[in-house]
Structures are given as C-alpha cells and as structure tokens.
Design a protein around this ligand. Structure first.
Ligand code: ATP
Length: 283
C-alpha cells in the first residue's frame, strides 16, 4: 500500500530529519511507529499523508508514484494529526460537510462511534474538551472506512476508559484491505493492538519487524537462573531485573517498552538475535 525507498527529508535550512528511510506499510496490519522526541515520526506521517514531500527517494502509494499532483488517493486515506483545529460547528454539521469526500463513509458507524464515546451529534465542537474533540476526529476517521488510516498520538488526551474503547474500536476495524499506522509515545496504550513495530532513531529506521518475528526470536521476562550469555538487554525493576534475551524455548508477551529501550541501546545485538534465530529456524 505504501512503499518508501531511500527517502530523505529536511525542513528548509534545517538538518536532515529522515535519512535513507525504506519502509513498506502493507494492508491487514496495524503499525506502531516509535521514536524519541524530535526523531521525525510526525514528519513521516505527514509525508505518508501527502502533506510534505520527500527531498529524494521513491515513494509509492496504493501502486502509484507519489507527486504533488497525486490527489486521487487522498479520499482513500485519513489522518488524525497530533495537533488539529476543528470548526466551532455542530458535530453533525462537521460530518455533513466533510463526509461526501470519502466514498466509503458510513454515517451510521460514525453515530454509533460517537455514542460509544458518549458524544451527541448535536454538540457544538467549540464547547468540547481537547480529548472530546480528538474522539470526534477518531470516530470520523474510522467511519471514513479509508484503506489507509494514519493516527499521530491518538490516545493523547483520552481518559482511561476511552483508551480501552479506542483499542477495541481499532481492533474491530482492521481487515485484510486496510492498513493503520499509529505514531505514539504511549506504548502501553497500544499494547495488544499493533502487530508490526517500526522504531526511528538518529534519522534512520532502527527497527522494522512484525510482532510475530519478535516473539519468535526474543524472550521478555524477569531474571532467569539459566545462562546469562543469552541476555541482550536488562533493566532494574521492582524485585529484580527485567530482561530481554535471545529466544530459546517458550514464547513470551512482548514488552514494547523494554524492546524500545533495547533497540536504542543494543541495536546490533537485537538485529543479530533476530537474524540468527530466523536463520536457525530456517535450517
Ligand atoms: N515545520 C517545521 N519546520 C522546521 N523544523 C521542523 C518543523 N516541524 C518539525 N520540525 C523539526 O523536525 C524534527 C522532527 O519533528 P517531528 O515533529 O517530526 O518529530 P516527532 O518524532 O514527531 O517528535 P515528538 O515525539 O516530540 O512529537 C524536530 O527536530 C523538529 O524541530
């Protein structure tokens, strides 16, 4: 669906933000894009959304080479940006004005999602809190039923019950034809939702793996008595150490936060552990 090859981007007179980025976003997946502050996650999302253009490299969206004139695919994608402004009109009017642009938009689904988020279509957007406005945008984005849904920090501003509602809603909308890309720092909010992890570091793609490969190749848990040699990365935690080691037997739940820190601190060892386990299971 999205194919990036050797993408480079910098803002005018600025340093390179994204350097030699090659990535594929494939339908049927929910991607989590992670990185420290200022690593270029929002910039990457804006490039995918056609709001910014790479300085060099190849960029294909839905089978077409992207250019400033490629507007056709815009009705097949929706972005929930990190910061946004909505007009001070009623939610129902917002829907009425914007929905005709999206051929697969479902008003019924939009109203159902508003209900789940405890919002009424008669409410004026200007009277809503930031979190409530975000829910309007998330509900609208999901109801567009676009093939590509981009979300930048979608759970920022959502209260605790809304975060789990968000996960439930997102898990129910992804099918084989749809691709969701979520950029966030709230790793725990996305737990059990995303199935592919991308980590940006120092302007590059530091990690790009499906969750299934991560579980197959890496072990997450508390300190084990057996061989310390297999430990790749560890962190002090209550009552001992949380460790990430090379997988040798049982699959464990992926600890995204530990993985993120491990990728930033031990990129070569993580990459080797994945390569070697894959190689071992292939022979
Ligand atoms: N419009 C702009 N003009 C110039 N520089 C910009 C602009 N927008 C962002 N930047 C710079 O580009 C870099 C990447 O910003 P970006 O917002 O993509 O990072 P991010 O990973 O999303 O950060 P955060 O996690 O803090 O939201 C930062 O150094 C930022 O200062």
């Amino acid at each position: 669906m999205i194919h990036f090859k050797n993408i480079r981007f910098y803002y005018p007179k600025g340093k390179t933000i994204l350097d030699d980025i090659s990535l594929d976003f494939v339908p049927g997946n929910i991607y989590g894009v992670f990185g420290k502050n200022g690593e270029g996650k929002s910039t990457l999302m804006k490039i995918v959304a056609g709001l910014l253009f790479p300085k060099s490299g190849k960029y294909h969206v839905m089978g077409e080479a992207m250019s400033r004139n490629t507007v056709k695919y815009l009705q097949h994608m929706f972005i929930v940006p990190e910061d946004f402004e909505l007009p001070g009109i009623k939610i129902s009017s917002y829907e009425h004005i914007n929905s005709p642009f999206y051929p697969e938009f479902s008003r019924e689904q939009f109203y159902e999602l508003l209900k789940e988020f405890k919002l009424s279509p008669d409410e004026k957007i200007s009277t809503l809190s930031f979190g409530q406005k975000k829910k309007v945008l998330i509900a609208f984005g999901v109801a567009t039923n676009t093939k590509l849904l981009l979300m930048d920090e979608p759970t920022n501003g959502l209260d605790i019950p809304s975060k789990s509602q968000f996960r439930k809603i997102m898990a129910s909308v992804v099918d084989q034809g749809k691709c969701v890309v979520i950029s966030t720092h709230q790793i725990r909010d996305l737990h059990s939702l995303i199935n592919h992890i991308v980590i940006l570091d120092q302007s590059k793609v530091a990690f790009d793996q499906p969750l299934s490969t991560i579980s197959e190749c890496l072990w997450f848990g508390k300190t084990r008595r057996d061989s310390n040699e297999s430990i790749i990365y560890s962190e002090a935690s209550f009552g001992g150490k949380t460790i990430l080691s090379r997988q040798d037997k049982d699959e464990t739940e992926v600890d995204l936060e530990l993985l993120f820190n491990a990728v930033l601190n031990e990129p070569v060892r993580i990459s080797n552990a994945i390569k070697n386990t894959h190689h071992d299971s292939a022979v």
